[in-house]
Design a protein around this ligand. Structure first.
Ligand SMILES: *Cc1c(COP(=O)(O)O)cnc(C)c1O
Length: 431
């Protein structure tokens, strides 16, 4: 499969190059040259297929012959060694739980798949060590650290803002060791991100190290998110109703993967982009005007994004036809008060504990079902509620149980180096 840059269709790339570079040279996002169609037989016999077999059928054409079949299958096996259950919550509502991976957030799948692909290309191309450099405000860093842990030929350096990530998130970044290094920055998330951007432009560093980023626009992080929707459909296909999925969205990578799955033939009728007060897309669907603005802080902080980078891919799927986009996608936005209230209500009525991101997804679904009661709706739980312990416990008025896999690393020793400015980072990367 070839990929083209959304800034210039003539600018094409192999899968390998798109994975290693992340962005095209003209700063455009990569998009596959065509969207493969899955045969009817695949859907008819999905019950007989394992998670791994489903994922392989879905992704194989996007990778093409650039990774041999047995290697690709091994990468998928390592990526999907946990479950993605759909749990009923109300009469016409189920929740797709995406938090059963090692860092309790859905980003585990994309990070692991990307680590597998990049690890394969590093080994094959004898590229020398590649350094993955990332800034994180929380979830991304943990998933990337875990996904790349022990991958040969790859060093990971993670920058995070001191005292601005949760206790659990910090432990996930700083306790792994091996090829994972954490730098604790005296500053904000924006400072971390600025330093990373500068390092990518710094020729002295480029001479010494091969740098790449692991952010959510990389095709190897974006495309495997399609798996969730196929694995959910396998569990829902006997429902009589049409299906609608509500996706709590920030950078719009996850929902964009869902829309790709739909384009490949997966029978999901409609999607909902559920937003917190960062509502660029909700407003776009009302006004047809795309107006990014600075992000505002909310309790669903992984979605605090003022200019969602993957939205250009959503537009491309619909060939920039606003009418077609509106038929497939609705969007709603909810503030923190409504989000907390939803966590409380759903716990009271259904004894189900949602995290703030899932709660925004739930609210979006309820809003849609008011007007469209004939659907069966699924909202995505993108993180385990324990990652947002204080908010969730305050909302439900009760302590929540810490899963064993969290307890394990909460007791491990934190290892990080403190840095205060760009020169510190540069020295670190040059030594
Ligand atoms: C990253 C993240 C999101 C947003 O996903 P996008 O693909 O950026 O839209 C939602 N919830 C959680 C918990 C996340 O970590």
């Amino acid at each position: 499969m070839k990929y083209f840059s959304l800034n210039n269709r003539e600018n094409t790339s192999s899968f390998e190059n798109a994975v290693i570079k992340g962005l095209a040279s003209d700063k455009g996002l990569y998009f596959p040259e065509r969207i493969p169609q899955l045969p009817k037989g695949f859907f008819d016999k999905i019950d007989e297929l394992s998670q791994m077999e489903i994922a392989f059928e879905v992704i194989k054409d996007y990778v093409g012959d650039e990774i041999p079949e047995n290697e690709l299958k091994a990468i998928i096996d390592q990526t999907l060694d946990f479950n993605f259950p759909v749990v009923p919550v109300e009469k016409h509502i189920g929740v797709l739980e995406l938090f059963h991976g090692p860092t309790l957030a859905f980003k585990d799948v994309g990070a692991r798949f990307m680590a597998g692909c990049l690890g394969y290309f590093a080994k094959k191309g004898k590229l020398g060590n590649i350094t993955v450099l990332v800034a994180t405000s929380g979830d991304t860093g943990g998933a990337v650290a875990n996904g790349f842990l022990g991958v040969e030929g790859i060093d990971v350096v993670i920058l995070y803002p001191k005292e601005k990530v949760s206790g659990i998130q910090e432990k996930q970044l700083t306790t792994l060791g091996q090829n994972i290094r954490a730098l604790e920055v005296n500053g904000s998330f924006d400072d971390c991100q600025d330093m990373v951007k500068r390092a990518f432009l710094d020729e002295e560093i480029q001479k010494k190290r091969q740098l790449t980023s692991a952010n959510s626009i990389n095709v190897a992080r974006w495309l495997p998110q399609m798996f969730y929707y196929f694995l959910a459909w396998k569990q829902l296909k006997d429902k009589k109703e049409e299906l609608v999925f509500s996706v709590p969205s920030g950078n719009f990578g996850n929902i964009c993967a869902g829309l790709m799955a739909r384009e490949m033939g997966l029978p999901i009728k409609h999607f909902i982009a559920a937003n917190n007060t960062n509502d660029v897309v909700t407003r776009y669907l009302e006004t047809e005007k795309f107006e990014p603005k600075p992000s505002v802080h909310t309790i669903s902080n992984a979605m605090d994004i003022g200019n969602p980078s993957n939205f250009v891919r959503v537009l491309e799927i619909f060939q920039n036809e606003f009418k077609n986009l509106k038929e497939a996608l609705s969007s709603y936005s909810f503030d923190d008060e409504k989000t907390k209230k939803a966590i409380k209500e759903v716990y009271r009525k259904a004894s189900y504990v949602m995290d703030p991101h899932g709660a925004v997804g739930y609210l979006g679904l309820k809003e849609f079902l008011k007007e469209n009661p004939e659907y069966y709706g699924v909202f995505l739980e993108t993180a385990h509620p324990v990652k947002f312990l204080e908010t969730v416990e305050a909302a439900i008025g009760k302590k929540i149980e810490i899963p064993d896999k969290v307890k394990v690393f909460m007791n491990k020793e934190k290892r990080s180096e403190e840095i205060s400015n760009y020169d510190d980072l540069k020295q670190y990367l040059l030594k």
